[in-house]
Design a binder for this molecule. Sequence first.
Ligand code: NI
Length: 173
Amino acid sequence: MAILPIIVAPDPRLKVKSAPIDVVSKDIIKLMDDMLETMYAAPGIGLAAPQVGVQKRVIVVDVSMGEEEPNPFQMINPEIVWLSDTLFSYEEGCLSLPEQFADVERPDKAKIRYKDKSGQETLIDVEGLLSVCVQHEIDHLDGILFVDHISKIKKNVIMRKLKKFKKSSQNNA
Ligand code: NI
């Protein structure tokens, strides 16, 4: 396994709609394992393939946050098939938007269909933090960031900070 570099916003590669996967190849399995290792090392609770420069519909999620047994999900072609009317508010962050956070409201419960590593079609019910995390990661596959769910003013403040952050980290490199 390997730790992959994570793309920081603003970056056009984070705005692309990713392509579905037809065949669960060895390369895809390796990608998912590398993504999980990268996410744990960051540390984070979710990561989508476009964040590591691969425009394919793959996400990894683990919301156990070291307090419980690890409970990783590695999802291929994840799709939302149902969302609840009730909402869950969470202060979201993103490994591609380092040190930036904002409250985002999303449906509290969802039904997600995806293919697992063995290519098996799976349907799960998610709620609370797992639900918002999976929705956040699926957004990445459609080129959507959590700041696209907040007010333009708040989004602009965050994007300005990120531009500064990128400039200073380039100068230090
Ligand atoms: Ni994210």
